[in-house]
Design a protein around this ligand. Structure first.
Ligand code: FES
Length: 105
């Protein structure tokens, strides 16, 4: 399958915020029309899935939100909350701009 983006959201927290973040991203992707894109004549999908630890626990399990990684770039975000989903979809996935306030080194 050709993917435009593939997002992995850590769901290794006790309060399940990672699942809430993943759910919010899926809703927002659908809302902003990114579920399936036509890029260079090829239909590409954007996929969000949960995963285990991304090894940045300070900004996830021990922080106020979840960590996630966006491929193909490999951009790593931390302390992401469900309310950040519209910005991630609009700024990063649609406009290609990294969100500096969530970015991890
Ligand atoms: S628990 Fe989420 S990155 Fe480690």
């Amino acid at each position: 399958m050709n993917l435009a983006y593939h997002l992995f959201v850590c769901n290794n927290q006790k309060d399940e915020i990672g699942k809430d973040v993943a759910r919010a991203l899926k809703i927002e992707i659908k809302k902003q029309g990114l579920k399936s894109l036509l890029l260079g004549g090829t239909k590409r999908k954007t996929r969000v899935q949960t995963c285990n630890c991304l090894d940045v626990c300070k900004h996830c399990k021990k922080g106020p939100g979840a960590a996630l990684i966006v491929y193909p770039e490999g951009t790593l975000y931390g302390d992401v909350k469900p309310k950040d989903a519209p910005e991630i979809v609009r700024e990063h996935l649609l406009e290609g701009r990294v969100i500096k306030r969530l970015l991890l080194d």
